[in-house]
Design a protein around this ligand. Structure first.
Ligand SMILES: Cc1cc2nc3c(=O)[nH]c(=O)nc-3n(C[C@H](O)[C@H](O)[C@H](O)COP(=O)(O)O)c2cc1C
Length: 250
């Protein structure tokens, strides 16, 4: 298993082989903690995480119940349920003076390089379409897209039907500079490790709501990044997950 680009990536990202970091240069400022809001943009407010009232669930029961669910009930998610899922997967607990964010998931060096895009199909009170979660402000930014964004995203995900059949899809896109600033080439590994934590918190949080999720990594990178308006180099999709209320179907 040597002559392949995966092996080459692992070798080139060994500590011995990586470049000096922009952080250690002392002259490159730390990138911003999240994408800026466009001028004049209005954020849709979300319920405060502290105010969410949810039926409790034993962690062990959630772990035992979790499995990948690809077909969902027609029932929409409530805004409170969507908020809870955003909070478990990317919620900001505090912004510290370093500056950095402390979130409900770990991240290598607290770099937290992800932006969460949301494909909304069936969430009460939200017009279907594409949104971005502003994690620090805890609000949603509605994004302009071409018509049938759900169909386009599904197509970029190798036509997997759960993209259009779900109540919502979480799409985690990395701003690579945030990770690269400290960890340079090795940071690309960490992005993919971070993504696993994010998705697992989503999966366990979803169980508490009677929802299921399906993690998705089978997608056409170029097509999906283009569909979301990402350049594929400075910013690219790492991982997705669809979510919806459980039905009896598999
Ligand atoms: C990194 C990763 C990528 C995955 N990508 C997809 C995918 O693109 N489509 C899909 O239907 N399932 C996907 N899955 C779900 C797996 O197929 C599933 O976790 C596996 O079959 C085990 O089943 P379980 O999750 O029900 O335990 C992915 C899971 C992981 C962890």
């Amino acid at each position: 298993m040597k002559n392949n680009s995966g092996h080459e990536f692992m070798v080139k990202t060994r500590y011995a082989n990586i470049s000096p970091s922009p952080q250690n240069s002392g002259v490159v400022p730390q990138p911003p903690l999240e994408l800026a809001l466009p001028d004049g943009a209005q954020l849709l407010p979300l319920p405060r995480p502290a105010d969410l009232v949810l039926a409790p669930m034993e962690l062990r029961a959630a772990i035992e119940a979790r499995r990948s669910i690809r077909a969902y009930a027609e029932t929409p998610l409530s805004l409170a349920e969507l908020t809870y899922l955003l909070w478990v997967s990317q919620g900001v607990k505090r912004v510290s003076a370093r500056p950095s964010t402390a979130r409900n998931v770990p991240s290598a060096g607290a770099r937290h390089a992800f932006e969460t895009y949301l494909l909304i199909n069936r969430v009460a009170g939200l017009t279907p379409g594409l949104y971005r979660y502003q994690a620090i402000e805890h609000g949603l930014l509605r994004l302009e897209t071409a018509a049938d964004i759900a169909g386009s995203i599904a197509h970029a995900c190798i036509d997997q039907p759960q993209l259009t059949g779900s109540a919502a899809a979480f799409i985690w896109a990395a701003v690579v500079e945030r990770m690269f600033w400290r960890y340079v080439e090795r940071g690309y590994r960490y992005l993919h490790l971070d993504a696993g934590h994010v998705c697992q918190n989503l999966a366990l949080g979803a169980e508490q709501l009677g929802c299921g999720i399906c993690p998705i990594a089978a997608f056409d990178d170029e097509l999906l990044n283009n569909t979301l308006g990402l350049d594929g180099e400075e910013m690219f999709v790492v991982y997705l997950a669809t979510v919806g209320k459980k039905t009896d179907k598999k």
